[in-house]
Design a binder for this molecule. Structure first.
Ligand code: PHE
Length: 362
């Protein structure tokens, strides 16, 4: 049986040194395949006497099993090695390198106008108002005519309008002097009922401590079947209470005139300026913060909304004004000087989104 042992050792050597699956398969075929050396020897057992067959068969089977086991083990080892190799290639570093912690303000701040605009949107969103926008370069028609301000109307002078060069057909665009044209665009497009605000930039040729040629307004409009001045008053009071974060706000409605509202009111807020410190809701001072009124039937009709069925109110708040009031910023012009020291002082942390629930101006 010595030659069987040698045979076994020879094959085990070949298995051990097989470099890949093909080489291993070749060894298997040579030993255990149909015409493999071991298989042929198995066949020879048939020619032996029963006694001889018994012992030779057992020995041969043992050799066959040993070789088959070795091949199976080698196959597993090869699969493991291949997997290891693949994992090494596909390895990803998912750890984060530590970064130096920066103070939250180091990367820049939100401009108070952006902050206040977000606050206003948050408050009105809570009251069910959508947010609309319109172009800043606006057709004369939308800025004036459709708002019941015809060509020779004195209100046109009051607006200190920036005009664009006239077009060939004689029409000209303007830098919008207020956000009210968004009323027209929205009504024309969507009809009634509607409830929206429209914040944005507006332009007038004016420059002093409380006026800059570019400033910001937020328009508001509610049109429905049963809307009155009482609703306007409630909405504005609710807004001021939330915005200035003072329970006891007091508003004064002063009769006024806008061609696109009837009746019209300008609204002042009670405040005191004691010791250079502004307090909302107390004292004997009044500050104007917005214009408002019941939408003129002519405006509704011009937008294809039947004034016999629908009515509502509109208002326009000076965003820069209420920002100055709330955050105690004395000179409007500084808003747009892009002075980094001013921006760092009055700016807001970029990731603090104002919300009615979480607080507007923490
Ligand atoms: N558009 C007016 C202004 O800029 C404000 C306003 C808006 C008044 C809506 C009434 C209704 O002065």
């Amino acid at each position: 049986m010595g030659d069987l042992e040698a045979l076994k050792a020879g094959y085990l050597d070949q298995v051990a040194s097989a470099g890949d699956e093909a080489a291993l398969e070749a060894v298997r075929v040579a030993a255990l395949g149909k015409k493999g050396e071991i298989s042929l020897k198995m066949r020879d057992l048939g020619k032996m006497s029963p006694e001889e067959r018994k012992s030779a068969g057992a020995a041969l089977n043992a050799v066959k099993d040993a070789i088959a086991d070795a091949i199976a083990q080698k196959k597993d080892a090869m699969a493991d090695a291949a997997l290891d190799e693949r994992l090494k290639g596909e390895w990803l570093d998912i750890t984060l390198s530590p970064r130096p912690v920066q103070p939250p303000m180091a990367g820049g701040t939100l401009h108070p106008i952006s902050q206040v605009t977000e606050e206003v949107i948050a408050i009105f969103a809570d009251l069910g108002f959508a947010v609309k926008e319109g172009p800043q370069i606006e057709a004369d028609f939308y800025n004036f005519d459709a708002l019941n301000i015809p060509a020779e109307h004195p209100a046109r002078q009051e607006h200190d309008t920036f005009y664009m060069a006239p077009k060939a057909d004689g029409t000209r665009h303007v830098l919008r002097t207020h956000t009210s044209p968004v009323q027209i665009r929205t009504l024309e497009k969507e009809g009634a009922p509607t409830r929206f605000i429209a914040p944005g930039r507006v332009y007038r040729s004016d420059y002093d401590q409380t006026h800059t040629p570019m400033f910001h307004q937020v328009e508001g409009m509610v049109i429905d079947k049963d809307i009155s001045m009482a609703n306007l008053k409630w909405v504005l009071e609710e807004f001021c209470r939330a915005f200035f974060e003072v329970e006891a706000v007091e508003l004064r409605f002063r009769a006024s005139h806008f061609p696109f509202t009837e009746p019209s009111a300008e609204v002042d807020i009670r405040c005191s300026w004691e010791g250079g410190q502004l307090k909302i809701g107390e004292g004997d001072g009044w500050l104007e913060i917005l214009g408002s009124g019941m939408v003129h039937p002519k405006v509704l009709a011009a937008c294809g909304v039947d004034p016999q069925i629908w009515q509502g109110f509109a208002f326009g708040v000076g965003i820069d004004r209420i920002a100055m009031l709330k955050y105690g910023i004395p000179d409007l012009r500084a808003f747009f000087d892009a002075d980094l020291r001013w921006l760092r002082h009055y700016g807001f942390a970029a990731l603090d989104m104002p919300s009615v629930a979480a607080g507007l101006s923490r």
